[in-house]
Ligand binder design. Structure first.
Ligand code: G6P
Length: 612
């Protein structure tokens, strides 16, 4: 989704804005632009379609745009095609207001007509130009300053926005307004930053202030002042972000995705350790006391994309070891379904970014119904983290590649830890089983390292099959959950069509797609389901499929069925998703590389989907 950076301070703004935007490239975009102001001179705007390098070229790496105050934007088109005209920043006709915007203004058509009746003309097809001109309209009509004009605009627009605005009459100041779109303010001596995402400003400051929904702020070299909709000042504290700026760099790897695959053992170890106190799982620190855990009637897991796949795997684990009913829902469906939730139930939302619009809306829906909410989130201070009743932070660090890897596996680990604790507190496992599960979890980092060490075989195999037309993943139980994620990893970055099927379901239609040489990947890590899935693999093999088996060491008989077999270390079967997904991440990666794709920035996708 779109990226925003803004700067006011004693340095030249344009190079800082360009660098900040480059850190947000991973979010996905199709055009970019800058607006920079030199003292009280007129704002200069430069925009360019395509990659950020075009904008850097046009501005001589920012050097030709002089000034200490500026805003920048990378656009992911929603209203209007990707073009220089539609790119942000947008400017009111006489230059009174210049702004960039993330989000969607739902009633922009109605507002546009209103403004047209007041003689405003429009040069672009964007909802952003409408909001810029609406600010201009209120600013001029009421003449009581930027905060008042912004507040009036906020009351009038429907939708979501992170707005960063410069007013011609207020040089040396940047104004921001927010509703439902991520935005943070970075502060430093005599400097202020604004960004849609932490990595954009990590190189400059790690002290941030969170702006809440329906709040505004004025940024200047004197710092940031926050306001509510009534124009009253809202006092705020700054927070320190632990992420290291280096964590958001490639560090010698060709792609962020491979770097992040390698970071999984450490991220998992950190996540496990963060939930332990004296060697035992402690959920009290995140607000889940034992009597609360005992009292919960059922769990609804709500998430999108890979986080949803975590939910599918977690459902098996929770139900099997904690014997608590769990259902898993796609956030985009949940919120429009008028869901029936048990008042003693708990809703767990899972989100790496903590900003996914549908997941956030689902969380709010559950909260409105008075249901306890727990969020498994990676980004500290994100909207979901701030709004959920309880938060379990995964310690994956910044994840840059659009295709999630360490985000997914740390979310899995978080849900395992919660499931084990629920099982123990609710008396479903004894101390011995508890210790066993915990010690198994602790073996994950070492075992993942072992799988990564063996990556050359996957690379070789991927090169051989990179031209495949279709790939099918089949498995049962937790193996089916692994298939969902493996299939998504493959298709999202290699653009090879792939589907995940519960192995027993294949016969009900999909098997008709199997032709001579079709690649079918059978995931068989669940001992009890091993033979059943192998039978399904044989069914497709006899119809011409080429079989890859993914199983645990020891199941060497897989080679009697599969044409190519990948082994992962043995682990308690409940946790196998966390190991078996690694070769599938590598498979997606190497398919993508072999096909010459942009691994970290796949077409049409965004890292954090902040619109519905
Ligand atoms: C996007 C990303 C996916 C991610 C999904 C949910 O589609 O490309 O990798 O799984 O959003 O994101 P979240 O931040 O809520 O985990």
């Amino acid at each position: 989704m779109c990226g925003i950076v803004g700067y006011i301070g004693d340095k030249q703004a344009a190079p800082i804005l360009l660098e900040g935007l480059s850190k947000l490239e991973y979010r996905g975009y199709d055009s970019a632009g800058l607006a920079v102001r030199d003292g009280d001179k007129k704002v200069k705007v430069v925009k360019s379609k395509g990659r950020l390098s075009g904008l850097a070229e046009k501005t001589n790496d920012g050097k030709s745009l002089k000034g200490n105050c500026g805003i920048g934007h990378t656009r992911w088109a929603t209203h209007g095609e990707p073009s220089e005209t539609n790119a942000h920043p947008h400017v009111a006709d006489d230059g009174t207001v210049t702004a960039v915007h993330n989000g969607i203004i739902e009633n922009y058509q109605e507002l546009k007509e209103k403004l047209q009746r007041h003689d405003y003309n429009f040069y672009s097809q964007t909802d952003t130009e409408v909001v810029v001109k609406l600010i201009d309209y209120y600013y001029k009509k009421y003449q009581v300053g930027p905060i008042d004009a912004l507040a009036k605009t906020m009351v009038r627009v429907r939708g979501s926005y992170a707005l960063v605005v410069m007013f011609a009459d207020y040089p040396g100041e940047i104004y921001v307004a927010r509703k439902d779109s991520p935005m943070i303010i970075g502060v430093k001596d005599k400097e202020c930053f604004v960004a849609s995402d932490v990595p954009a400003i990590l190189n400059y400051t790690r002290d941030v202030i969170y702006i809440d929904n329906l709040e505004m702020a004025r940024l200047s070299t004197d710092g940031a002042v926050f306001y509510n909709l009534d124009g009253d000042v809202v006092p705020k504290e700054s927070s320190h972000i632990d992420w290291d700026a280096k964590a958001a760099e490639k560090g010698g790897f060709e792609h962020f995705m491979m770097k992040e695959i390698y970071e999984q053992p450490k991220a998992i170890e950190d996540t496990i350790n963060s939930a332990l106190n004296d060697g035992k799982i402690d959920l009290e620190a995140m607000g889940l006391k034992d009597d609360i855990i005992k009292d919960i009637s059922d769990i609804t897991i709500v998430a999108c994309g890979s986080a949803y796949h975590v939910g599918v795997a977690a459902q098996y684990v929770f139900e099997d070891i904690a014997r608590i009913p769990v259902r898993v829902e796609l956030a985009s469906e949940f919120r429009y379904r008028n869901p029936i939730l048990n008042e003693k139930g708990m809703v767990i939302v899972i989100s790496q970014s903590g900003e996914t619009a549908d997941t956030l809306a689902a969380l709010r829906e559950a909260k409105e119904m008075g249901i306890r909410t727990l969020a498994i989130v990676n980004v500290v201070g994100s909207s979901i983290a701030r709004e959920a009743d309880n938060v379990f932070y995964t310690l994956a660090g910044p994840e840059i590649s659009v295709a999630t890897t360490k985000g997914y596996t740390t979310q899995l680990v978080a849900s395992y830890l919660i499931a084990i604790q629920f099982a123990k507190v609710r008396g479903k496992i004894d101390d011995k089983q508890y210790d066993y599960y915990l010690s198994e979890l602790k073996t994950l980092p070492e075992k993942i390292n072992k799988i990564i060490d063996d990556k050359d075989r996957i690379q070789w195999f991927s090169a051989k099959f990179a031209n495949a037309k279709d790939v099918f993943f089949i498995g049962r139980g937790i193996d089916y959950a692994i298939c969902l994620e493996g299939s998504l990893k493959l298709k999202e970055i290699s653009y090879v069509h792939s589907e995940a099927y519960a192995a027993g379901e294949l016969k009900h239609g999909t098997i008709s797609l199997i032709e001579d040489g079709t690649l079918v990947i059978g995931v068989i890590t669940q001992p009890e389901l091993y033979e059943k899935t192998v039978s399904n693999m044989l069914e497709v093999k006899s119809r011409g499929a080429y079989l890859m088996g993914l199983t645990s060491y020891g199941h060497y008989e897989t080679e009697d069925t599969a044409n190519f077999t990948v082994y992962v270390p043995k682990i308690d079967e409940h946790f196998s998703a966390c190991l078996a997904v690694i070769p599938l991440q590598l498979l997606g990666y190497y398919f993508s590389v072999a096909r010459g794709n942009d691994v970290d920035k796949p077409r049409n996708l965004a890292k954090s989907v902040t619109v519905e």
